[in-house]
Design a protein around this ligand. Sequence first.
Ligand code: FAD
Length: 405
Amino acid sequence: MATHNFTTSPARDNYDVVIIGGAIYGSAVAWFLMDNPDFDGSILVVERDPSYEKCATAHTNSCIRQQFSNPLNVKISQFGAEFIKGFKGFMGNDPRVPDLSIQNYGYMYLADTDAFANQLRYAQKVQLETGAATQLLTPQDIKAAYPFYNVDDITLGSINTIDEGYWDGGTVFDWWRRSARERGAEYLAGDVVAMDVSGGRVKAVTLANGDVIGCGQVVNATGPRGAKTAKMAGIDIPIEPRKRFTWIFSAEQPLDRDLPLTIDPSGVHFRQDGPKTYLAGGHCDHDPAVEFDDFTMDHAIWQDKIWPTIAARIPQFEAIKVITEWAGHYDTNTLDRNAILGPHDEVENFFFLNGFSGHGLQQSPAIGRGTAEMLIYGEYRTLDLSPFGYDRITRGQMFVENAVI
Ligand SMILES: Cc1cc2nc3c(=O)[nH]c(=O)nc-3n(C[C@H](O)[C@H](O)[C@H](O)COP(=O)(O)OP(=O)(O)OC[C@H]3O[C@@H](n4cnc5c(N)ncnc54)[C@H](O)[C@@H]3O)c2cc1C
C-alpha cells in the first residue's frame, strides 16, 4: 500500500478519538477537534487508501446550494458558505492558506409538472424564511435571463445566485488534513477490519495487519463503506454505494454566459465547469448498490440519455464533445437520502458520519463542527443536528428533504 507520508505504525496503543476514514469528513472532524480549545486529547485517523483514489470526496462535483426543502439543510449550507468565504480566517489567517470563494451561478431547478412546481414553491418559502435568496421564475423570466434554454415544457423555474454554485472542496480538504496533522492528529495508513465491543463500548479497533488500537471514542467516516464499518460494531445502517457518473464536455458553440447548475426534470444535471467547458451528471434508471471497487463507466447512458437530454434543453449543445468522465459512489442512505449523525444509542462511544448521499461535501463544515462538539461536550452547541440522529433509523422515521439530487 502506498502510504503518502502517513504513518504505518501508530505512536500510541490507545487514542482518545479514533476516526475511521480520512477523507473530507474524517479530516473535518479531526480539524474541528484540534481547533477547539476545549479539546486536548489524542486523535488517530485511520485511512485504508492514502491515495484517496476511490473515495467519494475524490469524485465529487463540489457544488453548494441553499435550495433545500428542510430548514436545517439550508442552515447547514449557510454555514458551509460562511466557512468557504471566510476560509482563511477560519484557518487562523495562516499566510499559506488561500482565500476561497463560491462561483455563484446558482442552481436552476426546472419543473415540468404542477406537482413539482408546487414543491419548488413550498421549498422557496422555507428558503426565504431561513434567509436564502431563492427566486421563482416563469418560463418567460427564464428565457429572458438565459435565452439558451428550451422552456417549451417548463412551468416554473427556481434559482438562487447567492452562495450557490461551485467551490473548491479539494483545497478545504487538503488544508483540514494538513492543519490537523500539524496540530498533532496522527494519520495512519491502515484498514480497520474489526472492533472489540463490550459493555456497550468499542474498546479497540483491529487493523488488517493485526494491530489492535484502543479508543475512547470511535467515528465512522468511511463514506460508501459506512454500513460495513458499522457492522463491525454490530450495528446496521441503511447505507449503500450507488454509482454516479460525471462527464466534462466542450461545446462547438459555447454559451455567452455562465450555465447555472441546471436540474432538468429528467434528473440529469449540468453546469458551467471551466470558462468554456461544462459538467454533466447522472445515473442509470436501474440504480442498485454496487461493489466497492466497481467504477466502470456505462457509455450507453451518455449516448442514450444524458446527451439527448442536454441537447433538448439547450439546442446550442447539439454539438458537444466529452473531454473526460468518471464514476463515483454516493454513500446513499436508502431510508431518506440524508445524513446519519451522532452517537449510537447502545454502543455509546460509536459515532456516525454517514449517508450524505449527493450533498455531503457542502455539509462538511457544519457537520464537522457539530460532530466535534458532540465528541467534546456530548451535545451540539452551534447548530442542533439531532434530527439526523440514529434513533430515526431504528424508528424508520424519515428526515424529510424533498430536494435530493
Ligand atoms: C459523483 C459525485 C458527485 C458529488 N457531488 C457533490 C456536490 O456537488 N456537492 C456536495 O455537497 N456533495 C457532492 N457529493 C457528495 C460528497 O462528495 C460526499 O458526500 C463526501 O465526499 C463524502 O465524504 P466522506 O469523507 O464521508 O466519504 P469518502 O470521501 O468516501 O471517504 C471515506 C474514506 O474512508 C476510507 N475507509 C473506508 N473504510 C475504511 C476502513 N475500514 N478503514 C480505514 N479507512 C476506511 C476510504 O478509503 C475513504 O478514503 C458527490 C459525490 C459523488 C460521488
